[in-house]
Design a protein around this ligand. Structure first.
Ligand code: FAD
Length: 479
């Protein structure tokens, strides 16, 4: 419990530093007092909105001097309860939202941590470039949050995850020191590459205030299709064939089972079936090109890129390796395909007894995982129901189990069974959403003990008072 006088003293000091309008308390903190899913609720001591790195540093120094916990927050779209801030000061980066500079020749962007992902996309687009990190929450998630969760999304198979898209960082450390490693270099072996500790660090080691990002040439054209398969094992041959024929031009390869399609149809106004008939395995595939020769029409007038996709799919259908395919004929049809895929979080929102996981296995083990886990969970909870979707091109499955009751013991059993199968297959229990608080038990049970102990030592040496987003990522003895 806090000494109220100490809290008031801190709040007054924060107001002096930032101005009263940027130190929110009581009712004004409500928009920040729950997570996106509405699963976690908390009451922060205050939400502060510094305007620049120096103000972030001042805030951190004040919280540190008053021994008050701090929780950095961006768009608050994280899915693991990592911004819970009971009795802590939340430090919102939303005012550090500037896109400082785009260097079109070096293909880099220098941005503030509060820049919204969609705005970075727009800024890059103005130079015919892309920042290739795409997922449903891009309209509110901020780059500081993307980096801190090392977000993945739909294009990891071509461009890597956020870690791969970052050249440099500026970070305010837990004592308020400003660490400037805003390198624009592709090569820099001057000691440990410290930025990687903060990427995926979920705000537990420091607060990212700015970043240097890699940009890529904007594709001149996309060819996007929905493909219906009978067997998930036919998916990888399709992916590999398209990679070969397009010079590794596959941008996204996403898997939606029939149950997903049905739920999307039920829950989304205006949703349409992807095909005339129903298929168990539905793949959204997108290829892209930056070469103008790929736009040249073939004899029937079809641009070369689309023709490659058409030929591969027609050939697979003829050989019974695929059952159906629909190629988007215009941007509207492409958007419809993507909207179906990107509705995943919304259409599962509010399912009370769901066991949510975000696992990774090697690409060829995705079908093996599903074959093994189904009978196991059915035995634990025969009236529960599986629900999943996958970034199949990188082996990341969002496997959810709608348990038949809210019983914690039952849900834990399901979770442990999933972890068991994932580890048997050499996978990870956390592919892209991070640990936050929701995966602390998995972290305690499944992370290699030596790796976990080293992480805890790093945390203690950066943040000896445990004030920077405490209670997240590193399990304690109590879980
Ligand atoms: C509809 C939907 C779809 C999604 N799809 C995907 C997906 O495909 N792939 C994926 O990886 N994720 C996905 N997510 C999860 C989420 O959007 C990402 O994790 C995103 O990167 C979080 O960004 P944010 O700004 O909202 O961070 P927040 O939720 O605000 O914070 C997340 C974590 O980062 C820390 N943090 C935030 N800003 C900073 C900072 N500046 N410095 C240090 N720490 C900070 C917070 O303390 C917290 O630990 C999805 C979420 C939703 C709601």
């Amino acid at each position: 419990m806090f000494d109220q006088a100490c809290v008031m003293e801190l709040i007054n000091a924060l107001r002096n530093e930032l101005g009263t309008a940027y130190v929110l308390v009581d009712q004004d903190t409500l928009p920040w007092s729950k997570d996106w899913m509405g699963v976690y609720h908390w009451s922060p001591l205050a939400v502060v909105r510094p305007s620049d790195t120096h103000e972030v540093s001042k805030v951190v120094q004040l919280c540190n001097a008053h021994n008050v916990a701090m929780v950095p927050v961006g768009g608050n779209t994280g899915l693991t309860g990592a911004t819970q801030a009971q009795d802590a000061v939340m430090i919102s980066l939303d005012r550090l939202n500037e896109i400082h500079r785009i260097d079109p020749d070096a293909m880099t962007a220098v941005v503030g941590a509060g820049a919204i992902l969609h705005n970075i996309h727009e800024a890059a687009d103005a130079h015919d470039l892309i920042f290739p990190l795409y997922f449903g929450a891009r309209g509110s998630a901020m780059i500081g949050g993307n980096l801190s969760t090392n977000a993945g999304g739909s294009n990891v198979l071509r461009y890597g995850n956020t870690r791969d898209l970052c050249l440099g960082l500026e970070v305010v450390l837990p004592d308020g020191a400003i660490m400037d490693v805003m390198s624009e270099l592709h090569k820099d072996n001057s000691g440990l590459n410290l930025k990687h500790l903060f990427i995926g660090g979920e705000g537990t080691l420091g607060i990212i205030t700015a970043a240097v990002l890699k940009l890529y040439p904007k594709p001149l054209a996309y060819a996007t299709a929905m493909v219906g398969l009978r067997d998930l094992r036919s998916a990888l041959p399709l992916l590999n064939r398209l990679q070969r024929e397009t010079g590794s031009g596959v941008e996204a390869f996403e898997f939606m089972p029939r149950r997903y399609i049905e739920r999307h149809l039920q829950k989304t106004d205006g949703a349409i079936e992807p095909f005339e008939g129903a298929h168990e395995i539905n793949i959204l595939v997108e290829i892209a090109t930056t070469r103008s020769t790929d736009l040249e029409p073939e004899t029937d007038g079809t641009p070369r890129l689309t023709a490659i996709l058409e030929r591969s799919l027609a050939d697979m259908i003829e050989n019974d390796a695929a059952q159906d395919a629909v190629i988007a004929q215009n941007e509207n049809q492409r958007r419809t395909m993507w909207e179906r895929r990107e509705a995943a979080a919304e259409i599962t929102l509010g399912e009370k007894s769901s066991v949510d996981t975000d696992v990774a296995v090697s690409l060829s083990n995705v079908p093996v995982f599903l074959e093994r886990i189904s009978p196991i969970v059915a035995e634990i909870d025969p009236t529960g129901q599986e629900f999943y979707i996958a970034h199949l091109g990188d082996g990341n499955l969002h496997y959810t189990y709608f348990a038949s009751s809210d019983d914690l013991g039952l849900r834990d059993q399901v979770m442990e069974a999933i972890e068991n199968v994932v580890l048997e297959l050499g996978g990870s229990f956390s592919a892209e959403h991070g640990i936050g608080t929701s995966k602390l038990n998995s972290m305690a049970r499944r992370k290699n003990p030596a790796a976990l102990a080293l992480m805890q030592k790093i945390k203690a040496s950066f943040d000896p008072k445990n004030l920077m987003n405490p209670g997240k990522v590193y399990p304690t003895e109590n879980g």
